[in-house]
Design a protein around this ligand. Structure first.
Ligand SMILES: Cc1cc2nc3c(=O)[nH]c(=O)nc-3n(C[C@H](O)[C@H](O)[C@H](O)COP(=O)(O)O)c2cc1C
Length: 197
């Protein structure tokens, strides 16, 4: 049995937990594919909720826009797993009225998610931030989002430079794409949890 505390336990702590700094040797030895050939407990974890605004730094500072889920939507994942970076699939649903998203935008896309405290930015709260690997035609704050989390990539780290965080996020995206490119992961992109149209 692992002694690693779940995100819910760390969230219950009043202060942000300490995170180790990224090292060059960690970056150079990162595997390209992570997780077993078939998703294992606690995966798949299914989350949904309206997309919330974050601080907006993901798109501006990091070239990696993220869609945040509301606190209620992340309770289920925070109670069963630890903070860190995850991979899976996500879909933003079209709005019945005033929809600005294209047909491509509302498809199921690969995603990389950060569940944690963003130690580099010293956040005061636990958040789930999802980077969907697709160029959207329009903003989608307030739209309903569905997410299937299928695997764990790495723990959250602190960084001495923004560039080092960007480098790791770029590697996370590749690791997510490669890890999802296996039959038992790929099949979740057509899971009935996602809206078919
Ligand atoms: C794939 C991925 C990995 C991330 N890894 C880390 C990390 O290790 N440490 C960290 O402080 N923040 C990490 N972040 C979080 C970013 O700092 C965060 O998404 C960014 O600050 C945007 O937040 P905002 O939209 O609230 O401004 C990661 C984000 C993503 C999408």
């Amino acid at each position: 049995m692992s002694e690693t505390p779940t995100a819910a336990v760390t969230a219950a702590q009043v202060q942000r937990p300490a995170a180790p700094f990224q090292t060059e040797s960690f970056r150079l030895t990162r595997p390209q594919v992570v997780g077993p050939e078939t998703p294992e407990f606690p995966f798949p974890i299914k989350l949904s909720g309206p997309v919330q605004r974050g601080f907006g730094r993901g798109g501006k500072d990091l070239g990696c826009p993220t869609a945040n889920l509301p606190d209620e939507s992340i309770e289920s994942i925070a109670s069963v797993t630890k903070t860190g970076v995850y991979y899976g699939f996500a879909q933003v649903l079209p709005r019945p009225e005033g929809n600005e998203l294209s047909e491509d935008d509302v498809k199921v896309h690969p995603m990389a998610m950060s569940l944690g405290w963003n130690p580099f930015y010293k956040n005061e709260r636990l958040t789930a931030e999802i980077h969907i690997m697709h160029e959207f035609q329009a903003d989608f704050y307030g739209y309903e989002m569905k997410v299937v989390v299928l695997g764990y990539i790495r723990r959250e780290l602190d960084y001495t430079t923004r560039e080092a965080l960007i480098d790791d996020i770029e590697i996370d995206k590749l690791v997510a794409i490669r890890s999802l490119d296996r039959p038992d992961y790929k099949k979740f992109s057509t899971d009935s949890f996602f809206a078919s149209k």
